[in-house]
Write a protein that binds this ligand. Sequence first.
Ligand code: GLN
Length: 253
Amino acid sequence: MCRHLAYLGPPVTLASLVLDPGHSIYEQSWAPADMRGGGSVNADGFGLGWYPEGDAAVSGGPVRYRRNVPIWTDENLPGLAGSIRSGAVVAAIRNGTVNMPYGQAAVAPFMLGDWLFSHNGRIPGWPESTLKLAERLPVADLLEMDAPVDSALLWALITNRLAEGIPPADAVAAVVQEVEAAAPGSRLNVLLTDGEQLIATTWTHSLHTRRTADSLTVSSEPFGPGKWNEVPDRSLLVATATTLHITPMEGPE
Ligand code: GLN
């Protein structure tokens, strides 16, 4: 299973989240501690998404840096990550599911408008198990998917609901339910943020939270200093930098 993290709070360098701490996501790429049977290394690419601060925030939306190489091979990353500061960050490292395509376009975070999205998990029976769900999407949404990969379809299902004006937490919860109903045994651990609010799920994998007075970090695996709390499986997390609500998710009807 892939690893991912999100941060909301005062601006920090990307390196202080992704590279520098003990057991950072950088280290988790070759030495993850809790893969739960889903692969052994996260070497099929990595992605960083962040919301630029101040003058750099020209377009207002997030900026993304994705590569299709193991994170430890990118010699430009330490310099970039050490010099970019942001108050809202998503990072992911990929362990591609067997039979899913390889390449930069399949690596999280996925992005649309103000939103960044990451998925840790898999949809069993892909793609047959999802055909009925995919059929309901506008053809344009399917053609615009970054890659023919389960994570990108999940993202298309969620963005379709966001476009209908459904609140993000409801959109995520509904898509988890319908995908689980179509493909029982799905692993649907997602992160979704617009830089202000964060929605996350635990659906058969781990997520941990670390709070300070003015920040929230969530991560598949704890890293660095501070006190981490494990989010129970099958939870919906709705948060900002200073608020955190975790509620149980029901199974599909
Ligand atoms: N199934 C997704 C992919 O292939 C996510 C993989 C994962 O969580 N290990 O990219």
